[in-house]
Ligand binder design. Structure first.
Ligand code: GLT
Ligand code: MN
Length: 402
């Protein structure tokens, strides 16, 4: 910046209420801000950053945590001593910047060996190699003290439909997760696993495509308590689902171990856009949910800066995501305290029917009373709910005038 340029606006001063702070628990991956802008059609547009620089920049912006993917730091084929050295060095760098490492993961999608699948590959040799890479990355996560290990099943799926028996594939997936759960238990590691669903891309169809599939699968595992989900806004949106509802169900099940906040236009390839840049209403209700239900995990941004951005400017994607989260959090608090909103919601919850009929808790007596009671459904149907007004108020909050 030259002396003639205006200094950055008030948004970056100490008194700015939207300035990210450690207690907000915002995290990024080395691979998110470090994304070099390559896509399926074009080469990288940026050189990327050294981990030490990324840590320093993110800490300076007010982030709390930085996550790693095994190959970001050291090749998983490197000898043990080299991997341990890399882990110790990364841990030190993280600490030196006042950061933590809430999550680690392993890339089971980049190398050609995973082209047919990883845990669900038909070749048992590929499956064994996948387990080896995962165990090494888990050791790394334990060394740096990351309590969550993310599993995105990028290549777990098919292109040629006849290539795999989907029941066999799920069985292999279950066995592999069972294996790593037992390993973590044996090692005494304080690590839990988060399955990150995605419906397609890079495969034309993925196993465990959505939050619901992952939750149902987890219930069939040997150690279901050690496994939860990492839900990503972009992924659930590609599946044409309502991210807010997906997150709510995972939270209600006690399974929201991690969240990947970003943004996405519907029916497109994975876009990983700045949080809140596209679906503001979903972003608003997601933030409201996480805050009101006391979600204690990291607020991770799986955001890749636009390919157009120069290296010096990618930080706008990080800062913008965090600021939007905090702005929406403040709006959600005011929304919840707004008497106009409470009046609508309260009115809708009221009923003048006998109290003992209004419980869904079963007793033989309630069941009998319910069966005999003469309801007047026409009268119940006459109630108006004022949801037009409620939704307009929501929009006015989001637009910034309420
Ligand atoms: C990759 C993917 C993300 C995952 C990362 C971690 S890898 O960037 O697009 O959704 O969260 O596994
Ligand atoms: Mn993700």
């Amino acid at each position: 910046m030259t002396a003639t340029e205006p200094t950055k606006t008030g948004e970056e001063t100490q008194t700015d209420p939207y300035k990210p702070r450690k207690e907000d628990k915002f995290s990024f991956g080395l691979w998110t801000m470090g994304n070099r802008g390559h896509d399926g059609f074009g080469e990288a547009t940026r050189r990327g950053f050294k981990p030490a620089y990324l840590l320093e920049k993110l800490a300076g912006l007010g982030a709390w945590g930085v996550n790693f993917q095994d190959d970001d730091l050291v090749a998983s084929e490197a000898p043990l001593a080299e991997r341990s050295r890399a882990a110790r060095q990364f841990k030190q760098q993280v600490e030196d910047n006042g950061l933590v490492t809430p999550m680690g993961t392993t890339a089971l999608f980049v190398k050609p060996v995973f082209k047919e699948g990883a845990f669900t590959a038909v070749d048992p040799g590929v499956r064994a190699f996948t387990l080896q890479k995962t165990l090494r990355a888990i050791d790394f996560a334990a060394e740096v003290g990351a309590p969550i290990f993310n599993l995105w099943g990028a290549r777990e799926g098919v292109d040629a439909e006849g290539s795999k028996d989907p029941l066999e594939a799920l069985k292999r997936y279950r066995e592999a997760i069972g294996f790593i759960c037992r390993y973590v238990e044996d090692q005494g590691y304080n690590i839990k696993f988060a399955l990150e669903p995605k419906p397609n891309e890079p495969r034309s169809d993925s196993y465990l495509p959505t939050a619901g599939h992952a939750l149902a699968f987890i219930a069939t595992l040997d150690q279901p308590d050690r496994v939860g989900v990492n839900l990503e806004l972009a992924h659930e949106t590609i599946a044409n689902l309502n991210f807010y509802h997906e997150v709510a169900q995972a939270l209600e099940a006690g399974k929201l171990f991690h969240i990947d906040l970003n943004d996405q236009k519907v029916m497109r390839y994975d876009q990983n856009m700045r949080f809140g840049s596209e679906s503001l209403k979903i972003a608003f209700f997601t933030v409201k949910l996480l805050e009101e239900k006391n979600y204690a995990g990291p607020r991770h941004f799986d955001v890749h800066p636009y390919r157009t951005e120069a290296e010096a400017d990618v930080w706008d994607a990080a800062l913008g995501s965090m600021r939007t989260y905090k702005i929406l959090k403040e709006k959600a608090q005011r929304f919840a305290a707004d008497p106009r909103i409470e009046a609508i919601l309260g009115q809708n919850r009221r009923s003048d029917l006998p109290g003992d009929l209004l419980t869904a808790r079963y007793s033989p007596e309630t069941a009998r009373r319910l069966k005999d009671y003469r309801f007047d459904p026409d009268r119940l149907a006459r109630k108006g709910y004022r949801y037009e007004k409620l939704d307009q108020l929501t929009i006015e909050y989001i637009l910034g005038i309420a």
